[in-house]
Structures are given as structure tokens and as C-alpha cells.
Design a protein around this ligand. Structure first.
Ligand code: PMP
Length: 465
């Protein structure tokens, strides 16, 4: 067998990648021509590529590497567990210590009476579980018609058939016949793009009341649940106006529908609390978790379920599960990750050190000629690119053109930021230090300067009419 290693020339690795590896969310033909950047190792907030460049990871991978890269303790925990019990299932009246310990630990950390965990291997799978769970719950309550789930346009809940259906990404619904039946979407609380002349507060109320209107239109006795991210992540780090969540909570309480908070990004410290639901004062019946649960060191996710829903589901056989639900190695890794988050007081670091410092530096970017607004909660932030300061105008070019150019300049300057259309987003490892934040901002500023120059030179600094 041919050995493919870190020591191979980049060009050869790229050629093999292009020949055999189908990348997610990628136009593979275009990538094949350009060649992927090949990441070979990482430590803390720093990635190293096959050319020996070091890159500051402003996205913590895909919003997941909360404790940073290169944690020996997690490697040790994984190795120990592989030696002791690499796999066993939990389907047929058996259990194992890592799954027991992790479920118990999550129950301790989760707010309210969210005391029960159904494990999956990813956020998408956990949301698929949620669809089946809430529908089965209402069926057991004698209300089988109560099956519609309301999500939001530009929400993101994963890429499986269920997850992508719950999400409201137009580009995903265009492919593969989505959404599946029984899932509908309401408008998002994205004031900058859609708020018009309204104040953010009024707009937040209006977008929350869209939920009530939808419930009344469908009939409350047909609505099973509402699912939303406390802060839309993949949608562009859209932090809702302060009026939004209290009104949503009022509405779900009034009509007795289940609230699913998708905490895949916002969980495990990202917003400065263990969960985004705490930051925004939400009381969900179910929380979706993944990503920061293991800091991305192993694929693991789950649904954290409140007492009443879990007790109802427990009355019947729930015909659902994954071979790797509660996988012992993934669970051992997650437990060690949670220990680090707690022992190193990482959430306190976000709240008391990293967030205040990043906030100061991030919001100062609002003075840049290309920046229309800056937003930040905990360590997830976004900035809107603008062709005309002070106007919230859109670019005349196709949405995402300016964002793509800016992201390319970030990449060239060895800082990872993502773009969602013409919004730039960051979500660095939670352990980032003030010194590293300085480097992040320095590189981001250089990238913005270069993008501004390029957009100007190409005549793209035009607003849409
Ligand atoms: N929900 C949210 C809020 C997410 O951000 C994501 C992933 N970005 C998912 C679900 C899907 O998780 P996964 O990619 O692990 O399936």
C-alpha cells in the first residue's frame, strides 16, 4: 500500500485530494483547479499547513475547537478508552461508563430540568432525532396530528434530510427535494438586512410575532415544536434584537409548543455561559448539542431533553438510534473536554478576559470604510461589509462577492475568517489570549484594507439601487 504522509509535496497531496476526495459545500471542479490548502497540524489557536505557514484559526475549525488544538490530556483519555473498551452499543439493555458519566455530566451542566441525553454523532443527527422525538412525544400524548415543526429562514440545523429541512437555507432546499413534509419556516430576526426603517427592538418583536401568526395560521393543535439557534451561526452570526427571545418564549408558552434550542454552536461557552439559552434567558424543552461538547476532537452530539418529554418518551419503545450513539471513545473525549472547560475556567476566561478585549478591538473595526456594523456575543462575532457607510446598503454585485474577496484576503494573510454572503464571521477557540486577539485583528484589518482596495479597483464598491 502506498503511504500518503505529511512529508509528501503539497502538489502531490493536492492532486490526490482533487482526484479522490469530494469536499462538502464545495464546487469541487473549481477547488481541483486551485488546490486545497492542506492543514497538517495545529496547536492552541494555530494551524500549520503543508507549506509550513502558520495560520490563526479565527473559526475554531467549524465553530468547534473550544479548548484549542493539541490537548495531550484528550489524546490520553482517548487512548485509555480505546484500550479499555473501544466500542459497545447501548441498544439492547447494556450501557457503559463513558456514556453514563457523560449523560450525567451534561445533565448537571444543562439549565433547568434538561436532565436526559439521547446521543448522536453530530448536530445534524441530533436534529434528526429531535424531529422523531417531538413527533413521537405528541403521538404518545394522544395528539398525533401535532406534527408540524416551525424553523426559520436562514437558520442552520445540519445537512441530513431532516437537519437541512429544519434549516432555512435556500441553497440547500434547492437540491434533493427539501424540505421534507411537515416543516415550515418563518422570517429571521436579521435587522441589518431586513429591518428597514424599524428600530431593532420593534423589528425583533415583529419577527417573533411571525411565530404566533404562523401557529394561528396552521392551528396550534397541529404545531409540535419551534426550533431556532439562540444566535444564528451559519446564517451570519445574527444576534437577535433584545426583544426577540422574550417574545418567542411568551408565544411558545402560550400555545404549549415545544421549544428546541439548537445549541450546536452556542453550547459549551461560546456566548460566555455554558449555554446560549442562559445568555438569552430561554427555557427550551430540548437542546441540540455537538461541536464544543468534544471541542471537535471526536464526532459526538446529542439531544438534551427535559424531564416531562423524556418521561413521556420513556413509556414506549423509541424506534431510533445510531450504532455510535454514546460511543465510548467519543464520550471519554467529551468528558475530558468538559473537565478542561471547567478546571481551566474557560467560560470565565471568555466572560472576563477574551470577550471584553475582543469586543473593544472588534467594535473598533466599525470605523473601517468597508464595515457597516460589528456584532459580538461571547466569542462569536460578525461584521457587515458595506459599499456605503451609514446606509446598510447592499452591494450592486451578486451577494457574497465582497465577502468572498475579503475571505480570500484573510486566507492570504494567514487568518481564518468565514464569509456569509457579505458578512464576515469569527468564532475563535475560547482559549484565545489578548495577544492572539491582537494578531487576529491586525490580520483582519490588513485583509479588510486589501479587500477594500480590490473592490474599489474593480468598481465593485457600488450600492444596489
Ligand atoms: N446546528 C447548528 C446550529 C449548526 O451550526 C450545525 C453545524 N454548523 C449543525 C446543527 C450541524 O452539525 P453537524 O455539522 O455536526 O452535523
Amino acid at each position: 500500500m502506498r503511504q500518503i504522509t505529511n512529508h509528501m509535496p503539497t502538489a502531490e497531496l493536492r492532486a490526490l485530494d482533487a482526484a479522490h476526495h469530494m469536499h462538502p459545500f464545495t464546487t469541487n471542479d473549481a477547488l481541483a483547479k486551485k488546490g486545497a490548502r492542506i492543514i497538517t497540524r495545529a496547536k492552541g489557536v494555530w494551524l500549520t499547513d503543508s507549506e509550513g505557514e502558520t495560520i490563526l484559526d479565527g473559526m475554531a475549525g467549524l465553530w468547534c475547537v473550544n479548548v484549542g488544538y493539541g490537548r495531550e490530556e484528550i489524546a490520553e483519555a482517548a487512548a485509555r478508552q480505546i484500550r479499555e473498551l473501544p466500542y459497545y452499543n447501548t441498544f439492547f439493555q447494556t450501557s457503559h461508563v463513558p456514556a453514563i458519566a457523560l449523560a450525567a455530566r451534561i445533565a448537571e451542566l444543562a439549565p433547568g430540568d434538561l436532565n436526559h441525553v439521547f446521543f448522536a454523532c453530530s448536530g445534524s443527527e441530533a436534529n434528526d432525532t429531535n424531529i422523531r422525538l417531538v413527533r413521537h412525544y405528541w403521538a404518545l400524548k394522544g395528539q398525533p396530528d401535532r406534527s408540524i415543526i416551525i424553523g426559520r429562514k436562514n437558520g442552520y440545523h445540519g445537512s441530513t434530510m431532516g437537519g437541512a429541512s429544519l434549516g432555512g437555507m435556500v441553497s440547500m432546499h434547492e437540491q434533493g427535494g427539501l424540505p421534507i413534509p411537515g416543516i415550515v419556516h418563518i422570517d429571521q430576526p436579521h435587522w441589518y438586512l431586513e429591518g428597514g426603517d424599524m428600530t431593532p427592538e420593534d423589528f425583533g418583536l415583529m419577527r417573533a410575532r411571525a411565530l404566533e401568526e404562523k401557529i394561528l395560521e396552521l392551528g396550534a393543535d397541529r404545531v409540535a415544536a419551534f426550533i431556532a439557534e439562540p444566535v444564528q451561526g451559519a446564517g451570519g452570526v445574527i444576534i437577535p434584537p433584545a426583544t426577540y427571545w422574550p417574545e418567542i418564549q411568551r408565544i411558545v408558552d402560550k400555545y404549549g409548543i415545544l421549544l428546541i434550542a439548537d445549541e450546536v454552536i452556542t453550547g459549551f461557552g461560546r456566548t460566555g455561559n455554558w449555554f446560549g439559552s442562559q445568555t438569552f434567558g430561554i427555557r427550551p424543552h430540548i437542546m441540540t448539542i455537538a461541536k464544543g461538547l468534544s471541542s471537535g476532537y471526536a464526532p459526538i452530539g446529542g439531544s438534551v431533553v427535559c424531564d416531562e418529554v423524556a418521561a413521556t418518551i420513556a413509556q414506549d419503545e423509541f424506534n431510533h438510534g445510531y450504532t455510535y450513539s454514546g460511543h465510548p471513545v467519543a464520550a471519554a473525549i467529551a468528558l475530558e473536554n468538559l473537565r478542561i472547560l471547567e478546571d481551566e475556567r474557560v467560560i470565565e476566561h471568555v466572560r472576563d478576559v477574551a470577550h471584553p478585549y475582543l469586543a473593544e478591538r472588534w467594535h473598533a473595526l466599525a470605523d473601517h470604510p468597508l464595515v457597516g456594523e460589528t456584532k459580538l456575543v461571547g466569542l462569536m462575532g460578525s461584521l457587515a461589509l458595506t459599499p456605503q457607510k451609514g446606509s446598510r446598503a447592499r452591494f450592486a454585485a451578486e451577494a457574497g462577492t465582497a465577502g468572498y474577496i475579503t475571505r480570500e484576503r484573510c486566507f492570504a494573510n494567514n487568518v481564518i475568517m468565514r464569509h456569509v454572503y457579505d458578512r464576515m464571521i469569527i468564532s475563535p477557540p475560547l482559549v484565545i489570549t489578548p495577544g492572539e486577539i491582537d494578531i487576529l485583528i491586525e490580520r483582519a484589518t490588513k485583509a479588510l484594507d486589501e479587500a477594500y482596495g480590490k473592490l474599489k479597483a474593480e468598481g465593485l464598491l457600488q450600492k444596489a439601487v
